[in-house]
Design a protein around this ligand. Structure first.
Ligand SMILES: *Cc1c(COP(=O)(O)O)cnc(C)c1O
Length: 394
């Protein structure tokens, strides 16, 4: 089996599993309880907060644990919107290819009277800082731009964007779910005010994440109740999950450079191999992308059929099409970078894990070549293209 869908979720690391199990067995106390086993859980929780903060250059008091990336995105954006509203500022800038956790939160705010500007994402999958600066207005309260895109893997010029926001006194949030533990992120150097992260994208457990909020940025609650998380997120803390997240993050941070170098090499081998397929194209900038992300469009085929046939060959990958939502619309990310519907439908995302071998890369290339050729052999669109009835786009 080759698991090449690490952007969807990752396998937990042994260290994270061991941390989680040992806490579930032995340190099951409620961190709010005053007796020893409760206080022991509290210590574990606060150590995890320190560990997470250290990796991203934050103060532990700036870390809030959440149920994952979606919750962190929601809370960050809603908090910034409320801060803006108090000052009479109700304009938010984002980009067209954000994760739905961001886009759907913005749609909700739009119904509440906020004005949303979605910046264009260019063909290379990158937002232009100068276009962002031009979009900032007197009443702009928030800029939210993702660190790295989950489909095409492109890494945005976050430091520059952050600097522009600072200059104009606008809060800057980044959905860094795909970036944390995969590329170096430092909230101070990168001028970030709010940042979202999720454990299951870096070999931690599902259902755990964190929100970084720079000191002085007042958070609004999504969940009311007890006084956990400095009163900003009620509910008994998921101590085993949080500690496992911290363990996975520390482990990833320790090996970040070596993993990244190795992955880039494999990624580039895979890109070179898939480029040999006629009428194909890489989506997103070739170098400004996550070390393990490869995303291609193949003309004349359907992404879903492609990934199901790859599954038969025991390769787990993903297609950009929004099959999860039951809709036939192609990926909003591929449309945002200017791929036309027909082409966007034939997309494939391969997100590699750190343990991928060179042999596996060759196997993926071989399998994708076979499957694309097979699907094209009975595709009516391909027949029309070959007969010259329709022009090739790629
Ligand atoms: C996975 C993902 C999320 C959602 O995180 P969950 O922990 O699954 O809620 C948000 N943004 C991006 C970019 C993601 O890749």
């Amino acid at each position: 089996m080759i698991y090449a869908d690490n952007a969807a979720t990752t396998k937990m690391s042994s260290r994270a599993i061991e941390t989680m199990v040992s806490l579930m067995k032995e340190t099951f106390g409620n961190p709010s309880s005053l007796y020893t086993i409760g206080q022991r859980a509290k210590e574990v929780l606060e150590q995890a907060r320190k560990d997470v903060a250290e990796v991203i250059g934050a103060d532990p008091r700036e870390i809030l644990f959440t149920s994952g990336g979606s919750e962190a995105d929601n809370q960050a954006i809603i908090s910034a919107a409320k801060i803006g509203e108090k000052k009479g500022k109700k304009h938010i800038i984002s980009s067209a290819f954000e994760h739905h956790a961001v886009l759907h939160t913005l749609e909700k705010l739009k119904k509440e009277g906020y004005e949303i500007t979605l910046l264009d994402v260019h063909e290379d999958g990158l937002v232009r800082p100068e276009e962002l600066e031009a979009a900032i207005r007197e009443d702009t309260c928030l800029v939210t731009i993702m660190y790295a895109n989950n489909e095409i893997g492109t890494i945005q010029p976050i430091r520059e964007i952050g600097a522009i926001c600072r200059k104009h006194g606008v809060l800057f949030h980044t959905d860094a779910v795909q970036a944390i533990a995969h590329v170096p992120v430092n909230v101070v150097d990168d001028n970030i005010d709010l940042l979202s992260s999720s454990a299951h994208k870096f070999h931690g457990p599902k259902g755990v994440g964190f929100l970084y909020a720079k000191k002085g940025v007042l958070l609004s609650n999504l969940i009311e109740g007890g006084a956990q998380e400095r009163g900003k997120r009620a509910g008994t803390e998921n101590v085993p999950g949080i500690a496992a997240m911290a363990a996975a993050l520390k482990e990833a941070a320790e090996h970040l450079e070596e993993n990244s170098e190795k992955l880039k090499k494999r990624r580039d081998q895979l890109i070179a191999g898939l480029r040999e397929i006629p009428h194909s194209a890489l989506n997103g900038d070739e170098t400004k992308r996550l070390p393990g992300n490869v995303n291609f469009c193949f003309e004349g085929i359907e992404g879903e059929s492609l990934l199901l046939l790859l599954d038969d060959k025991r390769i787990s990958a993903s297609s950009g099409s929004a099959c999860t939502s039951g809709s036939l619309d192609p990926s909003h990310v591929l449309l945002a970078i200017g791929r036309v519907h027909d082409v966007a439908h034939g997309s494939l995302r391969l997100s590699l894990g750190e343990d991928v071998t060179e042999e596996q890369i060759h196997e993926i290339i071989q399998s994708v070549k076979e499957v694309v050729e097979y699907l094209r052999s009975f595709s009516p669109i391909w027949r029309d293209l070959m007969a010259g009835k329709k022009p090739f786009i790629l």
